[in-house]
Write a protein that binds this ligand. Structure first.
Ligand code: ZN
Length: 496
């Protein structure tokens, strides 16, 4: 039985090298080589035709929009765009691939040699991009009757070809070295940044849970300073950001166990298990020669004219890194505050709250404070917490105008979460407005002084700091609704 080595211990003896291969389904209207729709969730085998079913005599025609999207991705990743390249046939048999070959790109990818920068714990890492190439997706097998959803133990299998032929871009990194113990976090940060980049380009809906963004994670270990990297494993189809991090962590612990025991890591694909974060052996890894690649004879070569590439470059939108830097400056946030906000996924929420009229500092305070706490308590991500940016902006406005104090504002937010309506409706229904009526306040102040003669005496003797206790009593008596600043003024006046 293999011993897992605790993560920190593994890192004290070995250097990890990781690599990521990310598949992105493009958001084109039609498939890569035919006119079938790419809509997700259609009834099985309804979005198919002779081309994507691989029927004899059918011929593929390249989807121009898919080429355009791929070049756009390559440009955003600082790649060189090929002036001439070809599709290749990747030959293998699998039931979800009706042609028994996949049209892909092999030694002539459309985009090469780029990079993407990610920041982890204040440290910037430049992730090299080896290549960005275009291919077609396979269909989907469904194994019925087993406990695991895998083919082993299943009673029978069904296959759905709706996905077969959807344009798929593969983004392959160069080996990522020098990350040390941050390797799993860097891997996750890279996929997050890539997802945000693709979303900003509008080329894919990048939904990991629907499989439109899927990640294969390569991991290897070697002793520090070793002349060669270790043998890598490829954990397939990791389908959440958190799982990317967990898969790398697990492989580091597992491979350290193999190496410590004097064994050799086997080059293979591995399956990731969401439930316990482990990986198990899949199949031994094919070599390129097993696929008998050759140039696709049914398609003409691809030669994007330079002026087309230039026009796509000119049309690139503001990319996430540039946008973050701009917003951080506009909102006057520190690096630490920016990191907090990004960790919470609150960038757009805060942007929309400011757009609805809130000051940046207020938007930041409510989303990263009370609302982050509420989301955490409910076990949901911040955008799903159940309060809209417009509502937060209105609450901030009510605080600014003196109608609410922070404590009452929190009650209003609770009311929104409880489904009691808009901020104004909740203020009215719960009677939450701040009490600044002099008569009511004066009464509460006098009562607080009368009830706390010892504290009152201290304040008379000049211990002004003791006034806080009386303000507290006033707040309690008015159920938090007193104007605390005014109450303090009145207390000090009375006891001067
Ligand atoms: Zn089709």
């Amino acid at each position: 039985m293999l011993e897992l080595v605790p993560y920190d211990e593994a890192l004290s003896r070995y250097e990890p090298v990781i690599g990521l291969e990310t598949h992105v389904e493009l958001g084109t209207v039609t498939k890569m080589f035919c006119g079938c729709p790419t809509t997700f969730g259609l009834p099985p085998n309804t979005a198919v035709c002779p081309v994507c079913l691989g029927l004899p005599g059918s011929l593929p025609v390249t989807n121009r929009a898919a080429i355009e999207y791929t070049i756009t991705i390559g440009l955003a990743l600082n790649c060189t765009i090929a002036t001439w390249c070809r599709f290749a046939r990747k030959n293998y048999f699998y039931p979800d691939m009706p042609k028994n070959f996949q049209i892909s790109q092999y030694d002539e990818p459309l985009c090469t040699d780029g990079f993407l920068d990610v920041v982890v714990e204040g440290q910037s890492f430049r992730i090299g991009i080896e290549r960005v190439h275009l291919e077609e997706d396979t269909g989907k097998s469904l194994h019925v009757g087993g406990a695991t959803g895998r083919i082993h133990g299943a009673d029978y299998s069904l296959v759905d070809y709706n996905r077969a032929g959807i344009p798929l871009v593969e983004v392959v990194t160069k080996p990522v070295v020098g990350t040390g113990s941050l390797a799993p976090v860097v891997g996750r940060a890279y996929v997050t940044e890539l997802r945000d980049l693709l979303r900003s380009l509008g080329v894919s809906d990048v939904r990991m849970e629907e499989g439109s963004l899927r990640c294969d994670v390569n991991t290897s270990l070697a002793p520090p300073g070793a002349p060669e990297w270790g043998t890598r494993t490829e954990t397939k189809n990791v389908n959440s950001l958190r799982s990317v991090e967990r898969a790398i962590r697990f492989e580091i612990s597992r491979q350290a166990g193999v190496l410590d025991a004097g064994g050799r890591v086997v080059q293979e694909t591995r399956h990731f298990h969401e439930d316990n974060g482990s990986t198990t052996s899949g199949r031994s890894k094919e070599e390129a020669q097993d696929y008998r690649y050759f140039p696709e004879p049914d398609l003409v070569p691809l030669a994007p004219p330079p002026d087309w590439v230039d026009s796509l470059r000119a049309a690139l939108p503001e990319l996430p890194a540039a946008r973050r830097a701009r917003l951080q400056a506009e909102w006057a946030l520190s690096d630490r505050e920016m990191a907090v906000l990004l960790n919470l996924g609150a960038l757009d929420l805060i942007g929309e709250t400011i757009g609805a009229g809130s000051a940046p500092a207020d938007a930041y305070k409510w989303w990263t404070g009370e609302l982050a706490r509420q989301a955490n308590q409910a076990g949901v991500e911040l955008p799903e917490v159940g309060v809209s940016p417009a509502q937060v902006a209105r609450v901030a406005e009510l605080v600014k105008s003196g109608t609410l104090n922070d404590k009452l504002a929190r009650q209003v937010l609770e009311g929104i979460l409880a489904g009691e309506g808009s901020p104004d409706e909740i203020v009215a229904a719960r009677g939450l407005a701040v009490v600044s009526d002099e008569g009511v306040l004066a009464e509460a102040v006098d009562a607080a002084i009368a009830a706390n003669p010892d504290i009152a005496a201290k304040i008379r003797d000049g211990k002004v700091a003791a006034a806080g206790a009386l303000v507290g009593a006033v707040m309690k008596a008015t159920r938090g609704q007193a104007d605390a600043t005014r109450a303090r003024e009145l207390i000090l006046q009375r006891l001067a």
